[in-house]
Design a protein around this ligand. Structure first.
Ligand code: C2O
Ligand code: CU
Ligand code: CU
Length: 462
């Protein structure tokens, strides 16, 4: 069974593929070299138990859910041979990585779609360490909705004194028997998006996650859901935010409640109690009330450890600092179209609910490329003035770059780096970055239904 295996290229023979994998395996000289973070990744149909009473047909990376965790090292090349075993085309996008454009995994915009049965070699270097993730950028409501989401962890150049705990959040649109409810409901897509009915963390419903007692933990929360905002809280000031969306923050901050929208991540440092069998609940807050989403339970550590104290900051990533004085300002208004457009001639309903600067791009295939939202000059600094002119929140994501959030009219901001900004209803915010990565970069809402119904565009950097 391939279920639990994440094949390293050294084991490429196992797949026995007709593919360049063999050449690749040869080039790593057959050595099981731990420093070579090369993977073979498939997308395929599989069955998995997610709902209480029955298995579901899922789409799984390497046929499994949760998907394999890909680990890379900052500044080292990463080679991933992707094999599409679905019966439709797809791509893999590496969310948050300041990647070379041709590896960004957006069909038509950065690469041809990977046809059913075909493969594609993704080869890139991650300049930044942190918590990132990967997912297709095609037929996303279904492909992400049915399980194609996975964690990509880029380890720091210098090892950090933290014990890693990955918490991958994803809800499913399932009935109790494991069959699917409609993945998208137009009247919900028109609002905050269609919420799941079965919530999972690492593929399990409200799991208890074992962690070593008396250890300094790095809880890596990944919101890989297509819709939901998690207001993460541990109801303890001992829990400190150390990174937001992969980017370290200079001074760790107590995690009181942190809104984490679709596509966003949060790294939280926490020293677990030193007694065995202690349980620490984690909540999604709704106002003063919280729903428990999982709990940590302390178990005896594998090796004897020194007593851990303090939550050290993580080293900064090499993000270029924008020159705000010379920066050009561009404005982006996110609007609600507020109407359903009628069926087209083929009887297909084309819903455009959302607009960026008065335009919608909802062509599901991306095949008909519209004009870019903006054309930027390589090396220049830019300020984007974002205005969410809708009564709904939107996690707005930019590919290929990491930007600095400068200010907002809804909250006090200590500038921080991110790849996705959660805009509240009617919020205005300013972000800035150096346009140092040439190519065509998607700029879209990460509520997948919003993106598919218009809230999507791209910028160019040349
Ligand atoms: Cu998670 Cu277009 O991205
Ligand atoms: Cu992305
Ligand atoms: Cu949105």
């Amino acid at each position: 069974m391939k279920r639990r295996t994440l094949l390293k290229t050294a084991a490429a023979g196992v797949i026995g593929a007709n593919l360049p994998t063999l050449t690749l395996a040869m080039s790593s000289a057959g050595k099981a070299d731990k420093e070579q973070y090369d993977y073979i990744l498939t997308a395929e149909h599989a069955r998995a138990r997610i709902a209480a009473d029955g298995d579901s047909d899922i789409l799984g990376f390497n046929g499994q859910f949760p998907a394999p965790v890909i680990r890379a090292k900052q500044g080292r090349p990463l080679r991933i041979m992707f094999i599409n075993k679905l019966d439709e085309a797809t791509t893999v996008h590496w969310h948050g990585i300041r990647i070379e454009n041709s590896m960004d995994g957006v069909p038509y915009l950065t690469q041809p779609p990977v046809a059913a049965g075909a493969s594609f070699l993704y080869e890139f270097t991650c300049p930044d360490a942190g918590t990132f993730w990967y997912h297709p950028h095609m037929n996303s409501v279904e492909q992400l909705g049915k399980g194609l989401v996975g964690a990509l962890i880029v380890e720091e150049d210098t090892p950090q004194d933290y014990h890693d705990v990955i918490l991958g959040l994803k809800d499913w649109r399932l009935k109790k028997d494991g069959s699917y409810l409609p993945l998208s409901i137009p009247r919900e897509a028109f609002r905050d998006g269609t919420l799941g009915t079965v919530a999972t963390i690492n593929g399990q419903q409200t799991p208890t996650v074992d962690v070593p007692a008396g250890e300094r933990l790095r809880l890596r929360f990944l919101n890989m859901d297509s819709t939901r905002v998690f207001n993460l809280s541990m109801r303890s000031d001992a829990a400190q935010i150390i990174a937001i969306d992969g980017s370290p923050i200079t001074t760790p901050l107590p995690l009181s409640v942190h809104p984490t929208g679709a596509g966003m991540r949060l790294d939280v440092g926490f020293i677990s109690p030193s007694e065995i069998g202690q349980e620490i609940p984690i909540f999604d807050m709704k106002g003063r009330f919280g729903v428990e989403i999982c709990r940590l339970r302390t178990v005896s550590p594998k090796t004897k450890m020194a007593i851990k104290t303090g939550i050290p900051a993580l080293p900064n990533n090499p993000i270029p600092v924008p020159d705000l004085k010379s920066a050009d300002s561009l404005s982006f208004v996110f609007e609600w179209a507020g109407a359903m457009s009628p069926s087209d001639a083929k009887g297909q309903v084309d819903h455009n609910f959302w607009l960026i600067n008065r335009r919608a791009w909802s062509d599901h295939s991306h095949q008909n490329l519209p004009a870019p939202l903006a054309e930027l000059t390589l090396g220049k600094s830019y300020i984007f003035e974002l205005h969410n002119a809708t009564p709904h929140h939107h996690p707005i994501h930019l590919h290929g770059l990491i930007f600095t959030v400068l200010e907002s009219d809804k909250k006090d901001i200590t500038p921080f780096h991110t790849d996705t900004i959660l805009l509240e209803k009617n919020e205005r915010a300013k972000i800035a970055f150096v346009a140092d990565n040439p190519g065509k970069w998607m700029f879209h809402c990460h509520v997948i239904e919003h993106m598919k119904t218009g809230l999507m565009g791209y910028i160019t950097i040349t």
